[in-house]
Design a protein around this ligand. Structure first.
Ligand code: FAD
Length: 295
């Protein structure tokens, strides 16, 4: 099923993100995690491409197919273009098609820190264009409520986002953020620019201090004072920090759902316990909102 149809059916979509296991461990190692994630009834599960080490790229297609065929959950395969030529991209797209994958998150990927990018494309909109020209996938893309790290201003980033969406993007998934007011400002600006596809809010439950450095490196997200206070207060107590991180994510989601967000995309970090706790806390809200739409 194309995920854009789920957005048409539901007021609030609830999705999860996982990363594939390292290539030197059996793929079955992730089955228990998927079992538990399926139990919390996501609308779809997305699978990263290359995040956490390039070699995991080879497993995105395989894992997306397992999610779909073995667990009967819709899958979204991430794909980046910055280091691939068109021939390689065509091979990957053909493989995804042969495995009945219907949805792709079309990304540029991060620029190599040391050296030139090797691919034919420099931006995600070119991958979106390529996919829509050659294949029939549902296409999602990324967006950045605080602006992408490389862009001078949010306004400039939104210009490029509009260009990307106009090349045929069904919906957007946002980078993680910890201050909902930034997401709302971004959403208003996007609407004014004529970006009118659904925008899912990316939520990252921060459950240990190690994650923080990585988040700053990836997104340079703004940490509000109340969030910083939690990190400082409970940094020496893993259980308390985990619970506070879950509560913070839940508070964000409750506010987002009450403010007509199109969807919640949970960065699970392959931790089904955290995902389940969050879904237990907000599941009835989602059911309520979606029930109203179905009436
Ligand atoms: P683009 O949309 O191409 O934007 C990149 C930069 O170029 C931005 O600064 C933009 O403003 C600018 N730009 C865009 N168009 C133009 C133009 N025409 N002219 C000049 N400048 C332009 N990375 C992975 O490697 N694997 C993953 O699985 C992965 N999953 C992700 C999932 C989500 C939800 C998100 C938000 C990010 C993910 N990333 C992943 C990270 C992503 O690859 C990086 O953030 C990357 O730096 C930008 O990708 P993009 O698709 O947003 O690029």
């Amino acid at each position: 099923m194309k995920i854009k149809n789920i957005f048409e059916e539901k007021e609030v979509v609830f999705s999860l993100e996982v990363f594939p296991p390292r290539p030197d461990v059996p793929i079955e190692n992730i089955y228990q995690t998927l079992e538990e994630l399926k139990d919390i009834d996501p609308d779809y599960i997305s699978v990263t491409y290359g995040a956490g080490g390039g070699l995991r790229k080879n497993r995105t297609c395989e894992l997306s197919s397992i999610i779909k065929e073995k667990y009967d959950v819709e899958a979204l395969a991430h794909l980046t273009c910055i280091n691939s030529d068109q021939e390689t991209l065509n091979k990957i797209l053909a493989r995804l098609e042969s495995k009945n994958i219907e949805n792709i998150l079309a990304l540029r990927g991060d620029k190599p820190v040391d050296g030139e990018a090797l691919g034919d494309y420099n931006y995600a909109y070119q991958l979106v264009e390529h996919i829509n020209k050659h294949n029939d996938f549902g296409v999602a893309a990324a967006c950045y409520p605080e602006g992408h790290l490389e862009t001078e201003s949010l306004d400039q980033d939104l210009e490029y986002l509009k260009q990307k969406v106009d090349h045929g993007v069904d919906y957007l998934i946002s980078q993680m953020f910890f201050d909902n007011s930034l997401f709302y400002k971004f959403r208003n600006k996007a609407e004014k620019k004529g970006i009118n596809v659904p925008i899912e809010a990316g939520i990252m439950p921060v459950i240990n201090k190690k994650q923080v450095g990585r988040i700053i490196e990836l997104s340079d997200a703004y940490f509000p004072k109340k969030f910083q206070k939690i990190l400082d207060k409970y940094e020496d107590n893993p259980e308390a920090l985990r619970d506070a991180g879950i509560a913070y994510a839940v508070e964000q989601i409750v506010d987002l759902i009450s403010s007509e967000v199109d969807g919640i995309h949970l960065y699970t970090m392959n931790n089904p316990y955290v995902a389940r706790r969050i879904k237990e806390a907000v599941g009835s809200l989602i059911t309520h909102i979606n029930g109203k739409k179905a009436d």
